[in-house]
Design a protein around this ligand. Sequence first.
Ligand code: PRX
Length: 632
Amino acid sequence: MDLRIKTFEEYEHAYNASIADPEAFWSSIAEKFVWYKKWDTVLDWNFEEPRVKWFEGGKLNITENMLDRYLVDQPDKIAFHWEPNDPEGTNQSITYKELYHEVCKTANALRSLGVKKGDRVCLYMPMRLEAIISIIACARIGAVHSIVFAGFSSAALSDRINDAQAKVVLTSDGLNRGTKQVDLKSMVDEALESCDTVESVIVLNCIDSSPNMVEGRDYDFNELIQDMDNECEPEPMDSEDLLFILYTSGSTGKPKGVVHTCGGYMLFTAYSFQNVFQYQDDDVFWCTADIGWITGHSYIVYGPLLSGATSIVFEGVPTYPDAGRFWQVCEKYKVNQFYTAPTAIRALMGFGLDYVNKYDLSALKVIGSVGEPINEEAWRWYYDHIGKSKCPVVDTWWQTETGGIMLSGLGNLSPMKATYAGYPLPGIQPVLLNGEGEEIKENNEEGYLCMKFPWPSILRTSYGDHERCKNTYFSNYEGYYFTGDGAKRDENGMYRIIGRVDDVINVSGHRFGTAEIEDAINTNEFAIESAVVGFPHDVKGQGIYAYVVVDNDLKNGTEEIIASLSESVIDGIGRIARPDKIQIVSGLPKTRSGKIMRRILRKIAEGERTNFGDTSTLLDPSVVEQIIQNAL
Ligand code: PRX
C-alpha cells in the first residue's frame, strides 16, 4: 500500500489539498485500506465538547490491514527481526505469515479466557516478539490494550489497571536490560493485591526464573497458546471503536488514559510512517523506543505493519555491552531508517567516535529524532557521524495524544534546519497563540502551539473522564486543541519547538507531571510538603529537582531522609522518575494566597541566584534566601 509523497512539490500540493478539503483528502487515503463496510460520514467534529469522529459507520479490523492483506503478496517477507539484549544471544525473525498465525493463536487464547470486544487487557511486558503479538491479538478480537511501560512500579501499574478496569494482564517472569535482570511477575502480583477486576494473568517465560503462579489465575504464555487454532476471525469494529488506552502524565493529578480509536489511528500512523521516513518496500526500519510509549505503538507496531514493512525489535539498551550497540545492530540488519531519542544521542556522543566508526552504517537513508527538543550539538553529531552528512535528520514532533507525527521533515524531500521540527504533515493545521488566545501571524515569535482542525488520530477522550480531556486540551483556548508546548515559526513556515509551557517535565523523552512526583514524595513519612521542577540536564534534556520540607522532629540524618524520599518516588512511579536532586528546605516560597511560586524554584534549579523578577507577592522572602544558600 503506497501512501508516499515523492517530491516536495507533491507535499505542498497534498498539504494544500488537505486544508482545502480535509474530508476528500482523508477519504482518498481511507480508500486504500480494507474495510468490511464503507463509512457513513467522513468527519463529525466539535472542539468545544470535544467530539471528533472520523469515518463513523465504517467497519474494519486494523489487524486485517496489518496481516491478512499481506498474506497474498508477501507472506514470507520478514515483519520483524528481534535482537536480544545479549549480542551473543539468538536473534529471531518472523515473517508476515508466521506473525499472522501467532497473533491468531494468542487472540484465540484471549478469547478462551473470556476476553470480548471492548474488554481492557493490560500488557506489562519486555521488548519481545510475544509482546507485539499480544498487542495485535488484542486488536484482532476488539479488546482494548493498555500497555504499561515495564519500568513503572507496581503502584503505578495497579493505578493503571484499576483505572482501565482491566480483565487480563499479560506479563513475563522478568526482563533483561543491559547487565540487569528485572523481576516483573512479583511486581504484577504486588499490583494485583489492590486490583479486583483482573481474572487472568498470562506469563511469558523470559528469564527462566520459575515465578510464583497463582492457581486458577495465572497461565504460562506458551502452554496456553500452543494448542490454539492458528486462524482467528477478526472482530468487526466500528471506525470509532476503541483501539487502545495509553496512560500519560499531565500537569495535574494522576496520569490519564489517552484513548485512540481504530480507523483514524490506522490511517494516520500508516500515512505518517511512510511519508516521514520515506519507507520503501525492501527497507529495514528501526525505531528504538519501547512498546510502552506511544512511539513504540505507532512506529514499531502499527505504522510499519500497516505498511507491510520490515522492522527491528530490540530488547536491549544503547550502552550494553558497550556504546557501539546501536551501530552494531544497524550494521547487522543493514538498517535504512533509524529512529531514536535525543537523550540516547547525547549519551552516546559522550563515548566518542570509535564506537561509531567501527561499524558500516552505509545503508542508512533517513535518521529520526523524537520525544524532546534536539539541541544543535546533538543534531550536528547525529547528522555528521551517524548520517555521514548524507542522511536527512527528521526531527519529529508529536505526542501521545496526537497518535502520530505532526511536524517533521519528510525524508530527503524537505529542507532541513537544525533544531527545527519543520513542516506540518498534510492534514495538520498548527497555529501559535498569544496569551490572549489570538493567532500570531508574525514570524519568529514564540507562542502556544495549538491545532485548529482535527486530524484522524487525535485523542478522542481521557478514559472514563471526558471532562478532564476537555479541561486539559480544549479549554485553554476555545476552539483549539492545546498541545502544552511553546513553539515559534520561521519565515519559511518551519516550526521550532521550545518545550513544555505547563507543569510537565520531559526527562529523557519521558513525560512526568510535577504533581505526580510531588504526590509520590508526599507519601513519605518524613515529607511535609514538596515542590518539583525541571532543570536543564546535559544528557536527559531535563532533570528533576525536588524541594522538600521535612518533619524536623524526626531525628534522622539528611542523607537517610533523601534516600528515603527517592525511594518513595521509585515505589510510586518507577526508577525513571527518581529525582536528580533533592533539597531539604525549611519552607517553600509562597504568595500571600498560599500558591507556591514555582517560577522562583525553577530559576534556582537552573542556577539563577539573584534575578527573580517580581517577588513582591512573596509572603516570606527569607525562605528564598535560605533555599539559595543551600541550592544544589
Ligand atoms: O514537549 C513535547 C515533547 O514531548 C511531548 C510529548 O510527549 P509524549 O506524549 O510522551 O510523546 C513523546 C513521543 C511522541 C511534547 O508535548 N516532544 C516530542 N517530540 C518532540 C518534542 N519536543 C521537541 N521536539 C520533538 N521532536
